[in-house]
Design a protein around this ligand. Structure first.
Ligand SMILES: [Zn+2]
Length: 322
């Protein structure tokens, strides 16, 4: 019970008081991520149980929250004043167990109250105050949705969103798939796309480029695109059911993205999406790759493959301040 109370209040300052031999204070300005913090709490609880020191949790801590979240950004995008974007990692949230830290998905079995707290903490940390983050029920297809409704929080079944609304942030949830963020600075438009191997196969990135043209009359060279942390060719081993359709659809474009090592096939999904975007007309110097392989960097990112399906989702987001 005490442990549960502590676990839900671990951000901040705790105080213990020993009553039999004068006051004794133990203050913990907890600044670590939740995994680390839980270890501290477990140790503290054991020590206190052993010596029967009554424990008082300070309900209104002086330090509300110090979050060590990681937010990867495209350095050159800082020149677009008013653009907010980031590829968040898993560090810094309040989820525990297989979802430990900053899980933002309600669909993976995590406690929805904690997920909602994570989303709030993350919004504050990145500077989204009154704005909304719109997400989708990602289904590994190529359906793109235009977000116009100012109250919408979820776009339904889709794998990409585009908007011209200010203070509306498009969010993609991933744990190995490629999060792709698009910006058209001259018209202040953004898009966010989810591309796993199926989304890559159906060309969702290329379709997004075409949507900018058909809907907003923007050319591919008006776009800047960033591909975030996702499983790399070091770890993404696949079978023929993946490589054959990819090669059939994308032909020569797959040459640098599909490798065979010791009879096993590996796909570089980010590279393939980058080459598809390049072939769609986005200039090479306007394409960015941000962050490592999620399966190699599991302390920093959720990886579906590495964690054998039971894990959280990190969020990548983009939008313009009001
Ligand atoms: Zn890897």
């Amino acid at each position: 019970m005490v442990l549960r109370l502590l676990a839900s209040n671990f951000f901040g300052k705790f105080k213990t008081q020993k009553t039999n031999s004068g006051p004794y204070h133990w203050d913990a300005a907890v600044a670590a991520n939740s995994i680390h913090t839980n270890i501290i709490i477990n140790n503290l609880n054991l020590r206190i149980t052993g010596s029967r020191i009554p424990l008082h949790v300070v309900k209104r801590p002086t330090i509300i929250a110090i979050m060590e979240m990681s937010q990867l950004k495209v350095p050159s995008w800082t020149r677009h004043a008013g653009l907010l974007h980031g590829f968040m990692g898993r560090r810094g949230g309040k989820s525990i167990g297989p979802y430990a830290g900053l899980n933002v998905s309600y669909r993976v079995g995590d406690d929805p109250k904690i997920v909602s707290q994570n989303v709030c903490d993350m919004k504050l940390a990145v500077g989204i105050h009154d704005g909304r983050i719109v997400t989708m029920r990602q289904v590994h297809g190529d359906h793109l949705v235009e977000i116009q409704d100012r109250t919408l929080k979820e776009a339904g079944d889709a794998d990409g969103m585009i908007t011209s609304e200010r203070d509306t942030y498009l969010g993609v949830l991933t744990a190995d798939c490629v999060p792709i963020l698009f910006v058209a600075p001259k018209r202040k438009l953004v898009a966010a796309v989810h591309a796993g191997w199926r989304g890559t196969l159906v060309g969702i990135a290329a379709k997004t480029v075409r949507l900018f043209k058909s809907r907003y009359d923007l050319e591919a060279h008006d776009l800047e695109v960033a591909l975030g942390p996702s499983i790399g060719p070091c770890c993404y081993e696949v079978k023929e059911d993946v490589t054959v359709p990819l090669m059939k659809t994308w032909g020569r474009l797959t040459t640098p993205s599909i490798h065979v090592r010791q009879g096993k096939s590996f796909v570089n999904l980010r590279r393939l999406n980058r080459d598809i975007l390049r072939a769609s007309g986005v200039p090479g110097n306007q394409l960015f790759q941000v962050g490592p392989c999620t399966s190699c960097a599991t302390d920093d990112f959720f990886s579906y493959r590495r964690e054998r399906s039971e894990t959280g989702r990190q969020i990548s987001f983009i939008g313009w301040l009001p």
